[in-house]
Design a protein around this ligand. Sequence first.
Ligand SMILES: Cc1cc2nc3c(=O)[nH]c(=O)nc-3n(C[C@H](O)[C@H](O)[C@H](O)COP(=O)(O)O)c2cc1C
Length: 178
Amino acid sequence: MKVVVVYESLWGSTAAVARAIAEGFGADARAMSTAEASADVIIGADLIIAGAPVHSLNMPSEQTREWARVGHMGPGGAPPDLSHPMMRTWLEDLPKGTGRAAAFDTRVKPWYGWGAASKILAGLRQAGYAPLARPRGFHVTGHPVLPRTNGVLANGEVERARRWGAELAQTMAHPAAR
Ligand SMILES: Cc1cc2nc3c(=O)[nH]c(=O)nc-3n(C[C@H](O)[C@H](O)[C@H](O)COP(=O)(O)O)c2cc1C
């Protein structure tokens, strides 16, 4: 089985969640950035699990990435990693497939209904990947309104991501899920 966990991540939290999901899923899964997940790498995927940080209640955009760049909003004022494409452009360029899909995001406001994950799942579905699970949010610490001090995953979130990966593996293995 070919399982790809794809992420956009400015300060590493979404990347850490992606790696934990892949670990939890098992040997079939590989975590990679949107830059690494090119069309030839993705081709034939049985399951794509994609994630991005929530920026202004949505997937990051050119505008929010610019705010992050100018504002140095990361932990300790760290500059963001903008070297890989935005999840939204990666989804636009994603070739049609026939596998399954799951999506997640990272956010400082765990209670918010709006986020990136549901939009990512919609993008995957648009490319032909049928949803396997409901979208999932993972929490980073930070100021609830001004995300200037964000960037660190909340306690227990890596373990929660690992467990979710294991759950997705079980669902994929179950004949009814396929
Ligand atoms: C410009 C900007 C806007 C953000 N907007 C939101 C938001 O609307 N809701 C939220 O919960 N977190 C928001 N955040 C916090 C991000 O979700 C947080 O930076 C992200 O989860 C960190 O993940 P990363 O380390 O993978 O980049 C925002 C962050 C930035 C930089």
